[in-house]
Design a protein around this ligand. Structure first.
Ligand SMILES: C[S@@+](CC[C@H](N)C(=O)[O-])C[C@H]1O[C@@H](n2cnc3c(N)ncnc32)[C@H](O)[C@@H]1O
Length: 170
């Protein structure tokens, strides 16, 4: 039994070296953000960088969007796949999001991250936007970006637009 508990602690503990620990966003706030801050629709492909139990993905799918979660903790990948079973618009990938490009059809990225990672995600979002060659929206819960001014804000949420830069600006 002690081994099982130790293994679970290890799974949830090791991610803090790569990003935020697991703390789920609250359903009522996600609902407001996807309605009032950025009305999600079936035209959207939302990517949650660190998707936890998949709550954000399931709510995005309720709004008609395709939702892709990138999650490092295998236990949370299993739990979120099980909770989202049968939902064709939800996909959860077991990956370290720092090491993978965002999917090419991404329209909006959702990040509930620690302040330590903000500069790094800002750089990654800009690189990915340059690669895609079109604007990509980014919604943060909690921490604000440093170099970008939000387009809009709502109870803890900040919404940004990343635009592709020419290579000499990037
Ligand atoms: C604060 S929780 C947010 C969960 C979910 N996005 C939500 O809002 O409910 C952060 C999540 O990111 C995951 N995570 C941390 N670093 C990661 C990384 N480098 N790649 C993928 N997932 C990561 C953690 O395991 C955790 O589930």
């Amino acid at each position: 039994m002690i081994w099982v508990v130790g293994f679970i602690i290890l799974l949830f503990g090791f991610v803090v070296f790569r990003g935020a620990p697991y703390v789920p966003s609250r359903r009522k706030y996600i609902e407001r953000a996807f309605t009032e801050l950025y009305p999600l629709s079936k035209k959207d492909v939302l990517v949650d960088v660190g998707s936890g139990d998949g709550i954000v993905l399931r709510i995005a799918a309720e709004h008609g969007a395709k939702a892709i979660g990138l999650e490092l903790n295998p236990a949370l990948v299993g739990i979120s796949r099980w909770l989202s079973r049968g939902n064709a618009n939800v996909e959860v990938r077991l990956v370290d999001f720092w090491l993978k490009p965002i999917p090419d059809d991404t329209t909006i990225v959702y990040g509930f991250m620690v302040t330590r990672d903000i500069e790094k995600i800002e750089k990654k979002m800009q690189q990915e936007t340059n690669r895609l060659g079109r604007p990509v929206r980014f919604m943060t819960y909690g921490s604000e970006l440093i170099e970008h001014t939000p387009d809009a804000e709502l109870v803890g949420y900040h919404l940004y637009t990343f635009n592709p830069l020419q290579s000499d600006e990037a």
